[in-house]
Design a protein around this ligand. Sequence first.
Ligand SMILES: Nc1nc(=O)c2c([nH]1)NC[C@@H]1CN(c3ccc(C(=O)N[C@@H](CCC(=O)O)C(=O)O)cc3)CN21
Ligand SMILES: CC(C)C(=O)C(=O)O
Ligand SMILES: [Mg+2]
Length: 292
Amino acid sequence: MGTPPANPRKQVTIPTLKKMHRGGEPITMITAHDFPSAHVADAAGVDVILVGDSLAMVALGMEDTSEVLLEEMLLHCRSVARATKAAFTIGDLPMGSYEISPTQALETAIRFKKDGRMQGVKLEGGQEMVPSIEKIVGVGIPVLGHIGLTPQRQHMFGGFRVQGKTKDGAEKVLEDALALQEAGCFALVIEAVPAEVAALITQKLSIPTIGIGAGNGCSGQVLVQVDMTGNFPPGRRIPKFVKQYGNVWSESLRAIEAYRDEVKSRQYPAPEHTYDMPKQEFERFVEATKGV
Ligand SMILES: Nc1nc(=O)c2c([nH]1)NC[C@@H]1CN(c3ccc(C(=O)N[C@@H](CCC(=O)O)C(=O)O)cc3)CN21
Ligand SMILES: CC(C)C(=O)C(=O)O
Ligand SMILES: [Mg+2]
């Protein structure tokens, strides 16, 4: 085991995020869905790690985020929690686990804390979620709101459609934002909203906004990790707002192809990858196998 770094990064907390917001410092957030993806995000120094329900699509191969179950989310949350040393961790409440009543929402939020070992929770929706958010925040669990394009409701929108593109649409996003701030959210994710609308909403709020497909006027940004590291097969459609900073898939492909080739050609394993035994012991072993 290696020695820990001399200056381990300080644990990011709600007061840390508030301080960043007051100082105008952008908040960085990225998704993670397992031990290695959380480990690398934490090492890279992002402020917040989200166990997004997008893992349904990017890690479990489901069609839709609304397919993932509460128990499945909690399994992934625990693996992320084990790897995360400094980033603030947030679990995304999956569809069906919080909409029925404020009591159900609170029960699920508590499960994310206790079973999922998350520090906060995120839930999708606007004004209609206010009583649930108040209930969760009331017991001291930080809540991140999520407005604009809320993928769990994609079938109501007719797909992953940009929201707030008309005066009325933009007003709805602003009203939701103000209601969620009032309800006690510590920050809001604003997804797939025109940049000028998200920037204006950010100015009207005292809490930070975390944009995804919402331009550069938000207080911070979030992306799905596999999208920005390029850890998916070529040809897959990715949203316009994604910037691909790497090509992890092609690097994995190269490595695995090289391994396959070296096994086929008996180049691997080489002597440095093998164990040996004293020659004399082996000779005795050969002797003992005679007649077997
Ligand atoms: N891998 C992944 N990345 C994500 O960012 C993501 C998911 N999965 N799954 C859940 C949601 C869905 N997301 C998406 C997916 C596609 C678009 C998209 O392609 N939008 C079109 C505009 C469509 C329209 O307005 O008609 C675009 O051009 O970006 C947007 C958000 C964001 N979330
Ligand atoms: C993209 C973020 C905001 C999300 O909700 C997810 O990854 O599920
Ligand atoms: Mg989500």
